[in-house]
Design a protein around this ligand. Sequence first.
Ligand SMILES: [Zn+2]
Length: 363
Amino acid sequence: MRLAPVRPGGDRWASVNQDIGIAPVEYLGDGDRDSLVPAYHSYRRLDLRGSAGMHDDERLSAAFSAWEESLAVSGMTLRLERQALYGVPLARTNRWSVDARGISLRPWDIELTAIEARLRGIVKWDLVPKEFADVLREGAERRGLLVELVVPQDAQREGSVTLVASHDAAILAEARELEQSLLTPGAQASAPRMGELLGYPPCCVRRFARVAEHNDTTLAWALLPGAGAPASPLTQWLQPGLALVSHSPCEVDCAASIALGQRLLDAVDAVESGFAAHWRSFAARVQVVDQRGNRLALAVDGSLDTPRKVMASDLLSSGGPDAHAVENAASLVGKWITIDSGGLVATNFGWYAPYVADHRGES
Ligand SMILES: [Zn+2]
């Protein structure tokens, strides 16, 4: 169990039930924080020894009912919002390494294009290996930007730096100070202003602040609806190689993110004619990360409510060292996929995708 209070500086507790495992719990809103204590203890004390012979699904529903009953004693209700396929954590994509396998269409300098189009006040590059810092700085300065370097003090980020760039000296000074304070663990009060300078829509900044942990896996569970009604390709963020926006939209239908994505697409297309059509041919698809961590763009016709045949399957990036990743991705073509617990499953093919974002909608 992970209990993560949203208030800045709050404690995080971890609780594990030996029979059942770990249940992630996100605490939302400004409700009664005392409710965390009985929720934490009641989960730890659940006794499921009687369920030894049960099938996984039955065990899950037995655990759910037992927890529901136990919480009712403390006057709390439990609601199952989403049942999902098990998925390994999403790998953090390292923007600074060159991965020869797969397809990446996101222009490396899209954020510089965005600042030139006045769609943001600053550009910030995080976790930049020191050897790349000078190249980035020179590139930004050539485009008329002022650049500041922020060196993090914590050991985890050792060997890397943060670069902040802006056209405006006063904004740059403010951003430098904000970044310095954000690098202090637990100090998140500057986050909304930083989000504003980065051009992120306020609705998305607010939603982001309420997500328990800011890694891609937690964000995907919190912000992606699973397989469902198709959304615009412009809000795509599950695939870093196709994302136009630099934030995680509060929802795949976020109007402010769609508008921002369109302006970014127009700006890139104005410099690189034909980019928009090429990008759309991959972005306006069903985007998935499969059980091996492979990121795929699937072309599928029609609603996913009924089984559909995969018409094209392209590898955007592989989940690990796999010499046959491209061929394996292509082998999905012609297979039938169907929705299962918010993910996609290719029946009788030993393939499934826990993370799904359908971006075939109108933009
Ligand atoms: Zn939003």
